[in-house]
Design a protein around this ligand. Structure first.
Ligand SMILES: NC(=O)c1ccc[n+]([C@@H]2O[C@H](COP(=O)([O-])OP(=O)(O)OC[C@H]3O[C@@H](n4cnc5c(N)ncnc54)[C@H](O)[C@@H]3O)[C@@H](O)[C@H]2O)c1
Length: 367
């Protein structure tokens, strides 16, 4: 949900009149009455919901027939995936919608409270390990019992960004022995501080802009896979989280590497939605390949809807409240937060490159 009862109250305090679709919070166990108590107006049906809206808060990008419902000139905020949705972005521009794509929010300290990628990735990293542990034919911690010692499970985390670090922390808390690898050597200390071993490969770095990884050549990836194979083979649970913004996920675990794993071991591929880090991942499917369970579950935060909605709704609210200056919703295109995530405005498409003509212009409206 893009709003929870707490954030409705916060938005109301900031001067917004908040409308919520009836029953929309039910799957995350947020009742209509709880929204009402915090001042929301419940709309029966989406037509009424969109009518007259100045701001539309969503989780995912609009689907068929939704763009036409957004009032012209309104502000739309959500995870719009502009890199995959060129047609949608054109349609939003044609509708003169000001669209803010949260994926493009700069990863800077003052935007941290609005950072939906981080809040959701962190939940995904946690859930990937819990899911993997439940599928595993072993337990995670070492146990010393009267019947002898049970060794701890070995977990290998590929990609140590926000999701990967949370996966490492969760696996450590469950008592596993954890190794992790990332192309950005800058994460080594963070990995070690969580009690995991950082796997270093003699391949050079692949640090790109904004603290993200950059795409690597096929030859680099091939060499990487060769060197990673032994670590994958010795792991009971492999959690893959590697991503390059706007690109297909890098292929890190090929079929041969899966064949080298112990039957009973598990791969949870968090990159399933963007092509998978494992060659045998099928998005949305859990499969058994030679005794190895490969979990290609999509959109893991959806499986923990309460904290996913609470944190996502707070991210949106923090952004919106930030944009209110002197009681007016104001978009300052000199501000790197606005400039970073605004993909359409005033009929123009600003993604991937913002047009210079927009510098120092602003869009206003009563909250
Ligand atoms: N300052 C802030 O406010 C802030 C907030 C959130 C994140 N960040 C930074 O953003 C960066 C990335 O965040 P993310 O988790 O959203 O990234 P992401 O989801 O794009 O990628 C996940 C991880 O995969 C890694 N990766 C890419 N290709 C790989 C490969 N071939 N092999 C192994 N690993 C590979 C990336 O380096 C990254 O660590 C980090 O530096 C993080 O610290 C900063």
């Amino acid at each position: 949900m893009a709003a929870v009862p707490d954030t409705v109250a916060k938005l109301a305090n900031a001067g917004f009149e908040v409308w919520v679709e009836q029953g929309a919070g039910a799957a995350a166990h947020f009742a209509d009455d709880a929204y009402r108590q915090q001042g929301a107006i419940l709309a029966n049906g989406v037509d009424r919901l969109y009518e007259g809206a100045d701001v539309v808060l969503k989780v995912q990008a609009p689907i068929d027939g939704e763009v036409e419902r957004i009032p012209e000139g309104a502000v739309l905020v959500g995870l719009l995936q502009p890199a995959r949705n060129a047609e949608l972005i054109d349609a939003l521009a044609a509708r003169k919608v000001t669209a803010l794509a949260l994926e493009l929010l700069p990863r800077i300290s003052r935007a941290q409270s609005m950072d939906a990628l981080s809040s959701q990735a962190s939940l995904g990293g946690y859930k990937a390990v819990v899911l993997g542990a439940a599928r595993l034919d072993k337990i995670m911690p070492m146990q010393m019992t009267a019947a002898g010692t049970i060794p701890p499970a070995r977990v290998f985390v590929l990609g140590a960004g926000v999701a990967g670090l949370q996966a490492i922390a969760t696996a450590r808390r469950l008592g596993a022995v954890v190794e992790a690898y990332d192309v950005r050597p800058a994460v080594k200390e963070e990995v070690q501080s969580l009690g995991a071993r950082f796997v270093e490969l003699p391949l050079g770095t692949a640090e790109g802009a904004g603290g993200y990884a950059r795409e690597q050549s096929e030859e680099h990836l091939r060499r990487q896979r060769e060197l990673l194979a032994e670590h994958v083979a010795s792991a009971d649970l492999v959690v893959t989280t590697a991503a390059v913004p706007g690109r297909k996920a890098p292929l890190l675990v090929i079929a041969d590497m899966v064949a080298g794993m112990r039957p009973g071991s598990v791969i949870v591929d968090l990159a399933a939605d963007s092509g998978g880090n494992c060659e045998l991942t099928e998005a949305g499917v859990e499969r058994d390949v030679g005794g190895v369970t490969i979990v290609g579950i999509r959109d893991l935060p959806r499986t923990v809807p309460v904290p996913a909605s609470q944190t996502y709704a707070r991210n949106l609210t923090n952004l919106l409240v930030y944009l209110v200056k002197d009681g007016e919703l104001t978009l300052d295109f000199d501000d790197e937060i606005v400039k970073g995530c605004c993909v359409t405005h005033g009929g123009e498409v600003l993604y991937p490159e913002p047009k210079a003509s927009l510098a120092a212009t602003s869009a206003g409206g009563q909250p």
